[in-house]
Design a protein around this ligand. Sequence first.
Ligand code: GCO
Ligand code: MG
Length: 402
Amino acid sequence: MKITDAKVIVTCPGRNFVTLKIETDEGVTGVGDATVNGRELAVASYLNDHVIPLLIGRDPAMIEDTWQYLYRGAYWRRGPVTMAAIAAVDTALWDIKGKIAGLPVYQLLGGRSREGVTVYGHANADTVDGVLQEISRFVNLGYRAVRVQTGIPGIATTYGVSKDKLFYEPADAAIPTEAVWSTDRYLSHVPSVFARVREEFGPELKLLHDAHHRLTPIEAARLGKALEPYALTWLEDPVPAELQEGFRLIRQHTTTPIAVGEVFNTIWDCHQLISEQLIDYIRTTVVHAGGISHLRRIFDLAALYHVRSGSHGATDCSPVCMAAALQVDISIPNFGLQEYMRHTDATDTVFPHSYRFEDGYLHPSSEPGLGVDIDEGLAALYPYRPAALPVNRLEDHTMHNW
Ligand code: GCO
Ligand code: MG
């Protein structure tokens, strides 16, 4: 069996997505997500110019060899663009392997380890009263875990607070919008939010919070400590994680569990965090961390060190990514939680899929392969629109992390 063609489909049914579709001489096709929010066309070009010519004529069954060929063969290894392109190829080849075997991909990964994949939704609002209502909405929908983000008094806009409550789309303009940030205002507000939430919802609901890379280690330690009475399931991305040893300082001061990894591309971005047990959840996902093969490698390393998975599942991870993530989530021994931000109806129709939400769980498709496809005719109706993520400045205009 041989790969005969591969095409990159860029579509914008509400937001931009990049999808790779691989075709074979036996008529079996596979899909992979290659979306990097705000850098979509860079990945499309990397695939078209540097990857697709290498795929033609290869045996689609050789997933690991193809992964190693694209990773080692690039010479310039790693990075979000390269790894998203490799991820798309890897994901599409697993899809093909599953279809040929007549099995959902999770069966090829060892079969189910659980009944369903526990997901968390995003409750957010400008005010504390508003967020309490939003949390109720998620609880009524059956969610067992909720991420809580609110506006910060004195700051005009805050990460994670969205106009449209089921979706969060921060890439809102071709040229990045500029937000203003104050760590002091944030740190003095957030603990009071969680105090109210625990008071209203009691001890059982799993609560999460995303600091979105904005703190220093000692600030993160202070926040983690202040949040301890409210028993969060995790505090996410407390600091930018290039400096992996920075997490030691957070760990010395707080028992609030730490989650990190949505912007990581390879196992090398987290091997110190994992092997020194500086984190509790690793949030790498299929599209940004080298596909199903590499994600599984990261999660296997994590399992040795009591670190559980918590894959990123924001709106910019397409339904192809979500379908693939669920195949991994259901099969690994050290699954933690899966983020689940819903897609627009237009996105769901462009990417027909058969995973489903029920009772707080997502259930992967049981169809052969990943159980997801792209409707190319529909995709063509939604042309690419330039959209960049915002940038962040301190009140004195110093550039900060968004
Ligand atoms: C999350 C993330 C997202 C990212 C977005 C960037 O935890 O879901 O932090 O909200 O900001 O995916 O593209
Ligand atoms: Mg996040």
